[in-house]
Design a protein around this ligand. Structure first.
Ligand code: NAD
Ligand code: TYD
Length: 344
């Protein structure tokens, strides 16, 4: 059982990080969070508005690849644990421009590992993805022993980071753990990923671009279940281990899009089949039995309930969607914090 109480969260202004920070502040009254995020297009301080004044949350704007800054933050705040969410996370962007994926996901993770080792940080959790395993056919599941076989520049960069995390455990004896989760959905997801993009476009009566024939399968998990899993692994996972996290909710993309249209009472004629993604992985599906057997974790939010809640959130938060989609959040940030931001 790890007992880190001063935790550096990286990427805590992005989709999963924001949900995790909120959950942690609510559930763990003696944990202090330092939140380091570069605020790329995907990071949005408006998502953290009600946390910014929280006495146990400190936001620092900065790049995980900046070794001086990372070392300073770890020292200054006496960090004893790190959870690394920060990443470039969108497969389509990685196909268009892979370089920044290697810089952040590989180089940034290496920098964090080196700084953590130097400072004697007690535990390092790497938030990884099931996409490092590659693609499944119609049958079977990814287990923790499935060989890594990433297919996209995004998943290749995440696999590179996983190898480095393993290497720091094996070579230097660092206490590391890795989570590999399936596709998340929920509040605060940037509207470039399938579910929020389809909700946004359906609400505007715009065509919904489904790649190929829509038969690709993802295993959807509500972000709150993923966040609980990350905390369980951070608190109780065995050093050097990998834990697969999944929602046990496989759906074809077409099923997901039709569900959204039905819940929004919009016609299926909005569906537009478009050119397939290059190298599109067919199917991801997770065997999460290790999480259940070793850490007592199982997903709690059924897809039908989670997708309803998610749609309700997007309906109630049109301003947030408009803001992040327009880049306005950057202006908001500068106005609130000045060009230097909140970085010390
Ligand atoms: P996201 O794109 O919504 O957020 C990423 C955050 O990282 C943003 O706030 C961004 O500003 C920040 N960031 C990017 N580059 C940075 C840098 N160099 N330095 C500091 N901060 C930087 O991503 P997400 O969906 O919240 O994913 C979080 C993590 O979970 C990622 O590591 C991703 O690979 C992993 N993951 C995501 C999913 C999913 O379905 N979204 C599934 C499994 C694993
Ligand atoms: P995405 O949300 O980008 O996640 P990932 O590629 O990491 O699984 O995409 C989920 C699935 O939806 C994937 O099979 C690609 C597909 N997709 C579309 O059909 N249309 C779209 O506009 C997007 C963004 C994704």
């Amino acid at each position: 059982m790890q007992d880190c109480r001063r935790i550096l969260i990286t990427g805590g202004a992005g989709f999963i990080g924001v949900n995790f920070v909120r959950q942690l502040l609510a559930d763990e009254p003696d944990v202090t969070v330092v939140n380091l995020d570069a605020l790329t297009y995907a990071g949005n301080l408006a998502s953290l508005a009600d946390c910014l004044q929280h006495p146990r949350h400190r936001f620092v704007r900065g790049n995980i690849g900046n070794s001086e800054l990372v070392r300073h933050v770890i020292r200054e705040h006496k960090i004893d644990g790190i959870i690394n969410f920060a990443a470039e996370s969108h497969v389509d962007r990685s196909i268009a421009a892979p370089g920044v994926f290697v810089d952040t996901n590989v180089g940034g993770t290496l920098n964090l590992l080196a700084a953590a080792r130097e400072a004697g940080v007690r535990r390092f959790l790497q938030v990884s993805t099931d996409e490092v395993y590659g693609s499944l056919g119609a049958e079977g599941f990814f287990t923790e022993t499935t060989p890594l076989s990433p297919n996209s520049p995004y998943s290749a960069s995440k696999a590179g980071a996983d190898h480095l995390v393993h290497a720091f455990h094996h070579t230097f004896g660092m206490d590391t753990v890795i989570t590999r989760c399936s596709n998340n959905y929920g509040a605060y997801q940037f509207p470039e990923k399938l579910i929020p993009l389809m909700i946004k476009r359906a609400l505007a009566d715009e065509p919904l671009p489904v790649y190929g024939d829509g038969s690709n399968v993802r295993d959807w998990i509500h972000v709150s279940d993923h966040c609980r899993a990350i905390w369980a692994v951070f608190a109780k996972g065995a050093p050097g281990e990998v834990y697969n996290v999944g929602g046990n909710s496989e759906r074809t993309n077409l099923q997901v899009v039709k569900t959204i249209l039905a819940l929004l009472d919009k016609p299926e004629s909005l569906i537009s089949f478009v050119k397939d993604r290059l190298g599109h992985d067919l199917r991801y599906a997770i065997d999460a039995s290790k999480m259940k057997e070793e850490l007592g974790w199982t997903p709690q939010v059924p897809f039908d309930e989670g997708i309803r809640r998610t749609i309700d959130w997007y309906l109630a938060n049109g301003d947030w969607v408009a803001q992040v989609a327009s880049g306005e959040y950057q202006k908001y940030f500068e106005e609130m914090y000045g060009t230097r931001g909140a970085a010390e």
